[in-house]
Write a protein that binds this ligand. Structure first.
Ligand SMILES: Nc1ncnc2c1ncn2[C@@H]1O[C@H](COP(=O)(O)OP(=O)(O)OP(=O)(O)O)[C@@H](O)[C@H]1O
Length: 322
């Protein structure tokens, strides 16, 4: 049984906004699935339809085998949810929030252990009204974990978290998956998705434009690769004639560093050999298609940063000694 299955799932807002367009998506049990896309791509609308917060215009969805519209009670008992911008009760303490969810779900829970897991045990008895954004997010996650759910549905779980918080979140999601929980989460933070996900789906303008592991998506992408070759001294790049190498798209030079953009990673080796025969190479920096570029290829964003690509999206860089 699939953890999540959508069939031609569609949501229109009025006549002009097609928020989710004919979405067919299957998330298998036990997967960590990253749901990516720029602002307005339709991620939250999809999650909201899975939770029956929003009714589809067309199509259907099942969650853990139950119909997302007709069997919401069965679904709620079995899943943990962190909605976008989780709403908290300002006067209730962290502990009271967790107890409230446990009561609603009709389960016993070790509140202290749970708050410890999400890193806010020290603040267990403080009212949530005074919580920082990161603390709110941690509490929201704690609430989602109540009752050891079979499926976690998390909308932007890292939102508001500092780097330590993001790291904690990754470890927690991995631990959950290791214990058999399916994790489905949306994110703008591509490096975060890469670090934890088995597969990703990339949404753009309501449509699923890619669905695969990041590794496979990388292989399928244009594979452009860049290499920086550092030389012992500045050399006229025309004299090196790097542009004549088959598969080199562009060459530029900055002081003692020559940069070549290649059609595919294998061409970088030819560049190094070629330059090494004509000058003294002191260092090499190789860059594969970054996740950010990959994302942009699928969503049509023109430059890094556009379409809410997170600034911390990592470049995959590899130092290779000369
Ligand atoms: N209640 C609503 N009424 C009208 N339009 C809506 C409503 N909710 C969402 N939309 C529109 O639907 C589209 C998809 O929005 P959605 O919030 O699902 O995207 P998203 O991928 O979650 O974006 P973000 O990353 O910014 O949260 C957008 O064009 C948005 O303006």
């Amino acid at each position: 049984m699939a953890a999540i299955e959508t069939t031609s799932l569609t949501k229109r807002y009025g006549d002009s906004v097609l928020a989710v367009d004919d979405l067919d998506l299957t998330v298998e049990e036990g997967e960590i699935f990253g749901f990516l896309g720029p602002n307005g791509a339709g991620k939250s609308t999809t999650i909201n339809m899975l939770l029956d917060f929003v009714r589809p215009t067309d199509g259907s969805a099942t969650v853990l085998g139950y119909d997302a519209q007709d069997e919401t009670g069965e679904i709620r008992e079995r899943i943990g949810v962190l909605p976008e911008g989780a709403t908290l009760y300002e006067r209730l303490t962290a502990r009271e929030h967790v107890e409230w969810v446990a009561d609603t779900k009709g389960v016993d829970t070790d509140v202290d252990a749970l708050l410890e897991r999400v890193g806010i045990l020290e603040d267990a008895d403080r009212a949530a009204g005074g919580f920082s954004k990161g603390m709110r997010q941690r509490l929201g996650l704690g609430m989602a974990l109540v009752g050891d759910p079979e499926l976690l549905l998390l909308d932007e779980p890292s939102s508001g978290l500092d780097p330590t918080g993001i790291q904690d979140m990754r470890e927690l999601l991995r631990a959950e998956a290791d214990s058999g929980t399916t994790v489905f989460f949306s994110s703008h933070i591509l490096s975060e998705v890469e670090a934890v996900c088995d597969r990703v789906g990339i949404m753009n303008e309501g449509r699923l434009v890619a669905l695969d592991s990041i590794e496979n998506l990388r292989d399928e992408s244009t594979g452009a690769a860049t290499i920086d070759v550092e030389l012992a001294e500045a050399v006229d790049p025309d004299a090196l004639d790097v542009g004549s190498i088959e598969g080199v798209q562009r060459v530029s030079a900055d002081g003692d560093t020559v940069t070549a953009v290649c059609d595919e990673p294998a061409v970088k080796v030819d560049v190094v050999r070629h330059v090494d025969e004509r000058a003294i190479v002191t260092d090499i920096l190789s860059t594969d298609t970054s996740l950010e570029e990959l994302f942009n290829q699928y969503t049509g964003a023109e430059s890094a940063g556009e379409g809410s690509v997170a600034p911390e999206a990592e470049q995959r860089e590899q130092e290779v000694s000369a």
